[in-house]
Design a protein around this ligand. Structure first.
Ligand code: SF4
Length: 352
Protein backbone atom coordinates (compact mmCIF):
# COMPACT_ATOMS: atom_id res chain seq x y z
CA UNK A 1 0.00 0.00 0.00
CA UNK A 2 1.58 3.21 -1.14
CA UNK A 3 1.74 6.27 1.04
CA UNK A 4 -0.34 8.08 -1.60
CA UNK A 5 -3.17 5.61 -1.04
CA UNK A 6 -2.93 6.14 2.73
CA UNK A 7 -3.16 9.89 2.20
CA UNK A 8 -6.16 9.29 -0.10
CA UNK A 9 -7.84 7.31 2.67
CA UNK A 10 -7.26 10.10 5.18
CA UNK A 11 -8.59 12.72 2.78
CA UNK A 12 -11.70 10.68 2.08
CA UNK A 13 -12.45 10.36 5.81
CA UNK A 14 -11.76 14.03 6.38
CA UNK A 15 -14.29 14.93 3.68
CA UNK A 16 -16.86 12.64 5.33
CA UNK A 17 -16.17 14.24 8.70
CA UNK A 18 -16.69 17.71 7.31
CA UNK A 19 -19.76 16.92 5.21
CA UNK A 20 -21.31 14.27 7.47
CA UNK A 21 -21.59 11.92 4.49
CA UNK A 22 -22.56 8.31 5.28
CA UNK A 23 -20.54 5.75 3.33
CA UNK A 24 -18.86 2.39 4.09
CA UNK A 25 -15.27 3.61 4.29
CA UNK A 26 -14.27 0.30 5.91
CA UNK A 27 -15.86 -3.12 5.55
CA UNK A 28 -15.23 -6.14 7.74
CA UNK A 29 -16.30 -9.17 5.76
CA UNK A 30 -16.70 -12.74 7.00
CA UNK A 31 -15.90 -14.13 3.59
CA UNK A 32 -16.73 -17.67 4.70
CA UNK A 33 -18.51 -19.33 7.58
CA UNK A 34 -16.21 -22.34 7.43
CA UNK A 35 -13.23 -22.79 9.71
CA UNK A 36 -10.48 -25.36 10.17
CA UNK A 37 -10.33 -24.80 13.95
CA UNK A 38 -12.84 -25.21 16.76
CA UNK A 39 -11.78 -22.52 19.22
CA UNK A 40 -13.69 -22.73 22.47
CA UNK A 41 -14.29 -18.98 22.65
CA UNK A 42 -15.18 -18.24 19.00
CA UNK A 43 -17.70 -15.39 19.10
CA UNK A 44 -19.42 -16.65 15.97
CA UNK A 45 -19.09 -20.38 16.74
CA UNK A 46 -18.00 -20.62 13.10
CA UNK A 47 -16.22 -23.93 13.50
CA UNK A 48 -19.37 -25.66 14.67
CA UNK A 49 -22.03 -23.88 12.69
CA UNK A 50 -20.28 -24.03 9.30
CA UNK A 51 -22.43 -21.28 7.86
CA UNK A 52 -22.92 -20.84 4.15
CA UNK A 53 -20.67 -18.63 2.03
CA UNK A 54 -21.36 -16.41 -0.94
CA UNK A 55 -20.38 -17.41 -4.47
CA UNK A 56 -17.50 -15.52 -6.07
CA UNK A 57 -19.68 -13.66 -8.60
CA UNK A 58 -21.71 -12.00 -5.83
CA UNK A 59 -18.51 -11.15 -3.97
CA UNK A 60 -16.94 -9.53 -7.03
CA UNK A 61 -20.12 -7.61 -7.84
CA UNK A 62 -20.28 -6.36 -4.27
CA UNK A 63 -16.64 -5.26 -4.39
CA UNK A 64 -17.45 -3.26 -7.55
CA UNK A 65 -20.35 -1.57 -5.77
CA UNK A 66 -18.31 -0.92 -2.64
CA UNK A 67 -15.70 0.82 -4.76
CA UNK A 68 -18.43 3.04 -6.24
CA UNK A 69 -19.63 3.81 -2.72
CA UNK A 70 -16.14 4.91 -1.64
CA UNK A 71 -14.87 1.93 0.38
CA UNK A 72 -11.13 2.19 1.03
CA UNK A 73 -10.40 -0.78 3.27
CA UNK A 74 -11.73 -4.33 3.41
CA UNK A 75 -10.85 -6.59 6.32
CA UNK A 76 -11.25 -10.18 5.19
CA UNK A 77 -12.20 -12.51 7.99
CA UNK A 78 -14.33 -15.56 8.64
CA UNK A 79 -14.56 -18.31 9.69
CA UNK A 80 -11.11 -18.88 8.28
CA UNK A 81 -10.75 -16.98 4.97
CA UNK A 82 -7.89 -19.15 3.70
CA UNK A 83 -10.15 -22.21 3.49
CA UNK A 84 -11.80 -20.61 0.45
CA UNK A 85 -10.20 -21.99 -2.71
CA UNK A 86 -10.80 -18.71 -4.53
CA UNK A 87 -9.25 -16.57 -1.79
CA UNK A 88 -6.35 -15.44 -4.01
CA UNK A 89 -8.81 -14.31 -6.72
CA UNK A 90 -10.80 -12.37 -4.12
CA UNK A 91 -7.67 -10.67 -2.75
CA UNK A 92 -6.49 -9.91 -6.30
CA UNK A 93 -9.83 -8.37 -7.11
CA UNK A 94 -9.99 -6.14 -4.04
CA UNK A 95 -6.40 -5.07 -4.67
CA UNK A 96 -7.20 -4.23 -8.30
CA UNK A 97 -9.77 -1.73 -6.97
CA UNK A 98 -7.06 0.09 -5.02
CA UNK A 99 -8.46 -0.78 -1.61
CA UNK A 100 -6.40 -1.61 1.45
CA UNK A 101 -6.67 -5.23 2.60
CA UNK A 102 -6.35 -6.68 6.10
CA UNK A 103 -6.44 -10.44 6.38
CA UNK A 104 -7.57 -12.02 9.66
CA UNK A 105 -6.42 -15.62 9.67
CA UNK A 106 -5.44 -18.33 12.11
CA UNK A 107 -2.30 -18.67 9.95
CA UNK A 108 -2.47 -22.44 9.48
CA UNK A 109 -2.72 -22.19 5.68
CA UNK A 110 -0.58 -19.08 5.29
CA UNK A 111 2.45 -20.95 3.87
CA UNK A 112 0.29 -22.16 1.01
CA UNK A 113 -0.78 -18.68 -0.07
CA UNK A 114 1.78 -16.15 1.12
CA UNK A 115 3.86 -16.01 -2.08
CA UNK A 116 0.73 -15.13 -4.07
CA UNK A 117 -0.78 -12.57 -1.71
CA UNK A 118 2.04 -10.80 0.12
CA UNK A 119 2.22 -7.85 -2.27
CA UNK A 120 -1.51 -7.20 -1.97
CA UNK A 121 -2.23 -7.66 1.71
CA UNK A 122 -1.41 -4.67 3.92
CA UNK A 123 -1.81 -6.34 7.28
CA UNK A 124 -2.08 -9.91 8.52
CA UNK A 125 -3.97 -10.33 11.77
CA UNK A 126 -3.20 -13.51 13.70
CA UNK A 127 -4.64 -14.84 16.93
CA UNK A 128 -2.63 -15.97 19.92
CA UNK A 129 -4.16 -16.19 23.35
CA UNK A 130 -1.39 -17.07 25.78
CA UNK A 131 1.32 -19.55 26.63
CA UNK A 132 1.46 -22.71 24.55
CA UNK A 133 -0.44 -24.82 27.06
CA UNK A 134 -3.32 -22.40 27.38
CA UNK A 135 -3.45 -21.36 23.71
CA UNK A 136 -3.57 -24.98 22.54
CA UNK A 137 -6.27 -25.87 25.07
CA UNK A 138 -8.36 -23.01 23.73
CA UNK A 139 -7.60 -23.15 20.01
CA UNK A 140 -6.44 -26.70 19.43
CA UNK A 141 -3.28 -28.76 19.74
CA UNK A 142 -0.31 -27.35 17.86
CA UNK A 143 -1.88 -23.94 17.18
CA UNK A 144 0.66 -22.02 19.30
CA UNK A 145 3.59 -23.31 17.21
CA UNK A 146 1.67 -22.79 13.97
CA UNK A 147 0.84 -19.20 14.84
CA UNK A 148 4.46 -18.37 15.64
CA UNK A 149 5.43 -19.99 12.35
CA UNK A 150 2.84 -17.84 10.55
CA UNK A 151 4.32 -14.72 12.17
CA UNK A 152 7.75 -15.72 10.87
CA UNK A 153 6.28 -16.40 7.43
CA UNK A 154 4.61 -12.98 7.29
CA UNK A 155 7.80 -11.28 8.54
CA UNK A 156 9.83 -13.17 5.90
CA UNK A 157 7.64 -11.60 3.23
CA UNK A 158 7.72 -8.21 4.93
CA UNK A 159 4.00 -8.11 5.69
CA UNK A 160 3.02 -6.25 8.84
CA UNK A 161 1.47 -8.40 11.53
CA UNK A 162 -0.96 -7.63 14.30
CA UNK A 163 -1.65 -10.24 16.96
CA UNK A 164 -5.10 -10.43 18.55
CA UNK A 165 -5.13 -11.88 22.03
CA UNK A 166 -8.50 -12.59 23.59
CA UNK A 167 -8.30 -12.20 27.32
CA UNK A 168 -10.66 -14.19 29.43
CA UNK A 169 -10.36 -15.11 33.06
CA UNK A 170 -8.28 -18.20 32.29
CA UNK A 171 -5.38 -16.43 30.58
CA UNK A 172 -5.28 -13.19 32.55
CA UNK A 173 -1.80 -14.07 33.80
CA UNK A 174 -0.44 -14.31 30.25
CA UNK A 175 -0.92 -10.65 29.28
CA UNK A 176 2.67 -9.59 29.99
CA UNK A 177 4.09 -12.85 28.59
CA UNK A 178 2.36 -12.18 25.26
CA UNK A 179 3.60 -8.58 25.06
CA UNK A 180 7.17 -9.78 25.62
CA UNK A 181 6.81 -12.50 22.99
CA UNK A 182 5.28 -10.25 20.34
CA UNK A 183 7.95 -7.61 20.87
CA UNK A 184 10.58 -10.12 19.75
CA UNK A 185 8.72 -10.59 16.45
CA UNK A 186 8.48 -6.85 15.75
CA UNK A 187 4.72 -7.18 15.47
CA UNK A 188 1.95 -5.34 17.35
CA UNK A 189 -0.50 -6.81 19.80
CA UNK A 190 -4.06 -5.94 20.75
CA UNK A 191 -5.95 -7.41 23.64
CA UNK A 192 -9.63 -8.08 23.35
CA UNK A 193 -11.13 -8.49 26.74
CA UNK A 194 -13.97 -10.97 26.55
CA UNK A 195 -14.75 -10.66 30.26
CA UNK A 196 -15.68 -14.29 30.41
CA UNK A 197 -14.45 -17.47 31.97
CA UNK A 198 -14.34 -20.79 30.16
CA UNK A 199 -14.05 -24.30 31.50
CA UNK A 200 -13.71 -27.58 29.66
CA UNK A 201 -17.31 -27.25 28.49
CA UNK A 202 -16.25 -24.26 26.38
CA UNK A 203 -18.54 -21.45 25.46
CA UNK A 204 -21.47 -22.87 27.36
CA UNK A 205 -19.70 -22.00 30.55
CA UNK A 206 -19.21 -18.28 30.04
CA UNK A 207 -19.31 -16.22 33.22
CA UNK A 208 -18.71 -12.51 33.33
CA UNK A 209 -15.76 -11.31 35.34
CA UNK A 210 -16.51 -8.32 37.54
CA UNK A 211 -15.84 -4.65 36.85
CA UNK A 212 -12.88 -4.54 39.20
CA UNK A 213 -11.18 -7.43 37.41
CA UNK A 214 -11.81 -5.85 34.00
CA UNK A 215 -10.42 -2.50 35.08
CA UNK A 216 -7.33 -4.17 36.51
CA UNK A 217 -6.68 -5.87 33.16
CA UNK A 218 -7.01 -2.53 31.35
CA UNK A 219 -4.58 -0.92 33.81
CA UNK A 220 -2.01 -3.64 33.14
CA UNK A 221 -2.37 -3.18 29.37
CA UNK A 222 -1.92 0.60 29.75
CA UNK A 223 1.20 -0.02 31.81
CA UNK A 224 2.62 -2.22 29.06
CA UNK A 225 1.96 0.55 26.56
CA UNK A 226 3.68 3.07 28.80
CA UNK A 227 6.67 0.74 29.15
CA UNK A 228 7.17 0.68 25.39
CA UNK A 229 5.62 -2.67 24.49
CA UNK A 230 4.02 -2.75 21.02
CA UNK A 231 0.45 -2.55 22.29
CA UNK A 232 -1.82 -1.30 19.52
CA UNK A 233 -4.93 0.85 20.05
CA UNK A 234 -4.98 4.39 21.27
CA UNK A 235 -5.02 5.89 24.75
CA UNK A 236 -8.57 7.20 24.33
CA UNK A 237 -9.78 3.64 23.75
CA UNK A 238 -8.24 2.39 27.00
CA UNK A 239 -9.53 5.46 28.85
CA UNK A 240 -13.06 4.56 27.80
CA UNK A 241 -12.54 0.97 28.98
CA UNK A 242 -11.17 2.21 32.30
CA UNK A 243 -14.20 4.43 32.90
CA UNK A 244 -16.90 2.20 31.40
CA UNK A 245 -19.98 2.64 33.60
CA UNK A 246 -20.96 -1.01 34.02
CA UNK A 247 -19.27 -4.02 32.42
CA UNK A 248 -22.37 -6.16 32.64
CA UNK A 249 -23.62 -3.88 29.89
CA UNK A 250 -21.57 -4.33 26.72
CA UNK A 251 -23.11 -1.40 24.87
CA UNK A 252 -25.58 1.45 25.25
CA UNK A 253 -28.56 2.38 23.07
CA UNK A 254 -28.99 6.10 22.25
CA UNK A 255 -31.74 6.55 24.86
CA UNK A 256 -29.59 4.85 27.50
CA UNK A 257 -26.66 7.16 26.70
CA UNK A 258 -28.90 10.21 27.15
CA UNK A 259 -29.96 8.88 30.55
CA UNK A 260 -26.34 8.67 31.77
CA UNK A 261 -24.89 11.55 33.78
CA UNK A 262 -22.44 13.89 31.99
CA UNK A 263 -19.52 12.46 33.97
CA UNK A 264 -20.39 8.93 32.79
CA UNK A 265 -20.89 10.04 29.19
CA UNK A 266 -17.60 11.92 29.14
CA UNK A 267 -15.37 9.00 28.09
CA UNK A 268 -17.78 7.25 25.71
CA UNK A 269 -16.50 6.86 22.14
CA UNK A 270 -19.22 7.63 19.57
CA UNK A 271 -20.21 4.79 17.25
CA UNK A 272 -19.75 5.06 13.49
CA UNK A 273 -20.88 1.52 12.66
CA UNK A 274 -23.47 1.68 9.92
CA UNK A 275 -22.29 5.17 9.05
CA UNK A 276 -18.60 4.79 8.10
CA UNK A 277 -18.11 1.05 8.43
CA UNK A 278 -20.16 -2.12 8.33
CA UNK A 279 -19.89 -5.87 8.71
CA UNK A 280 -20.91 -8.41 6.07
CA UNK A 281 -21.77 -11.83 7.50
CA UNK A 282 -20.80 -15.02 5.63
CA UNK A 283 -24.35 -15.40 4.26
CA UNK A 284 -24.39 -11.80 2.98
CA UNK A 285 -26.36 -10.16 5.82
CA UNK A 286 -25.13 -6.61 6.41
CA UNK A 287 -24.82 -5.45 10.04
CA UNK A 288 -23.36 -2.31 11.60
CA UNK A 289 -20.61 -4.45 13.21
CA UNK A 290 -19.94 -8.07 14.17
CA UNK A 291 -21.21 -7.57 17.70
CA UNK A 292 -24.69 -6.80 16.39
CA UNK A 293 -24.99 -10.00 14.32
CA UNK A 294 -28.31 -11.71 14.98
CA UNK A 295 -29.73 -8.78 16.94
CA UNK A 296 -31.20 -6.69 14.10
CA UNK A 297 -33.52 -7.20 11.13
CA UNK A 298 -31.00 -6.51 8.37
CA UNK A 299 -30.89 -6.78 4.59
CA UNK A 300 -28.75 -9.15 2.55
CA UNK A 301 -26.44 -8.41 -0.37
CA UNK A 302 -27.73 -11.42 -2.35
CA UNK A 303 -31.30 -10.17 -2.40
CA UNK A 304 -30.96 -6.43 -1.79
CA UNK A 305 -27.42 -5.51 -2.90
CA UNK A 306 -24.85 -3.77 -0.73
CA UNK A 307 -26.12 -0.23 -1.33
CA UNK A 308 -29.67 -0.90 -0.07
CA UNK A 309 -28.33 -3.14 2.72
CA UNK A 310 -25.98 -0.43 3.95
CA UNK A 311 -28.60 2.33 3.63
CA UNK A 312 -31.08 0.19 5.57
CA UNK A 313 -28.81 0.38 8.64
CA UNK A 314 -29.72 4.04 9.18
CA UNK A 315 -33.35 3.01 9.79
CA UNK A 316 -32.41 0.70 12.69
CA UNK A 317 -32.09 1.48 16.37
CA UNK A 318 -28.90 -0.03 17.77
CA UNK A 319 -26.22 0.73 20.32
CA UNK A 320 -24.04 3.83 19.99
CA UNK A 321 -21.19 3.09 22.41
CA UNK A 322 -19.49 -0.16 23.40
CA UNK A 323 -16.42 -1.16 25.42
CA UNK A 324 -15.24 -3.73 22.86
CA UNK A 325 -11.66 -2.53 22.30
CA UNK A 326 -11.53 -3.55 18.63
CA UNK A 327 -14.80 -1.87 17.75
CA UNK A 328 -13.98 1.20 19.81
CA UNK A 329 -10.72 1.58 17.85
CA UNK A 330 -12.61 1.22 14.56
CA UNK A 331 -14.94 3.95 15.77
CA UNK A 332 -11.98 6.19 16.58
CA UNK A 333 -10.42 5.57 13.18
CA UNK A 334 -13.74 6.27 11.45
CA UNK A 335 -13.93 9.55 13.37
CA UNK A 336 -10.34 10.42 12.33
CA UNK A 337 -9.34 10.65 15.99
CA UNK A 338 -5.75 11.91 15.94
CA UNK A 339 -4.42 9.43 18.52
CA UNK A 340 -5.83 6.53 16.56
CA UNK A 341 -4.64 7.90 13.22
CA UNK A 342 -1.17 8.36 14.71
CA UNK A 343 -1.15 4.66 15.68
CA UNK A 344 -1.96 3.72 12.07
CA UNK A 345 0.79 5.98 10.72
CA UNK A 346 3.31 4.76 13.28
CA UNK A 347 2.51 1.16 12.46
CA UNK A 348 2.96 1.92 8.77
CA UNK A 349 6.43 3.42 9.14
CA UNK A 350 7.72 1.84 12.34
CA UNK A 351 5.99 -1.50 12.99
CA UNK A 352 6.59 -3.27 16.31
S1 SF4 B 1 -21.66 0.67 19.70
FE1 SF4 B 1 -20.18 -0.95 19.29
S2 SF4 B 1 -21.41 -2.82 19.29
FE2 SF4 B 1 -22.82 -1.10 19.02
S3 SF4 B 1 -23.03 -0.88 16.80
FE3 SF4 B 1 -21.43 0.52 17.48
S4 SF4 B 1 -19.53 -0.63 17.17
FE4 SF4 B 1 -21.20 -2.12 17.16
Amino acid sequence: MSLIKKIGMGTSLLRAKVTGRRFPFMINWAITGRCNLRCKHCYGAYGDLQREELPADIIFRTIDQLQEMGTRRITIEGGEPLVRRDIVDIIDYINSKGMEISLCTNGILLDKYISRIYRKVDLIVLSLDGRQEYNDWLRGKGTFTKTLHAMETAAGYNVRTLVFATIIDNNINDIEYLAELIKKYRANITYNIAVAKLDAAGRNALNKVDDEQYRNVVKRIIKLKQNGYPVYYSDKNYRQALHWPDFKKECYLPAEISALSASRRKYLIPCFAGRRFAFIEANGDVYPCYQTVGTLAVKNIKTDGIRASFNHLQTLNYCQACYNLTLAELNLQADLDMGSVFKVIKNYFWPG
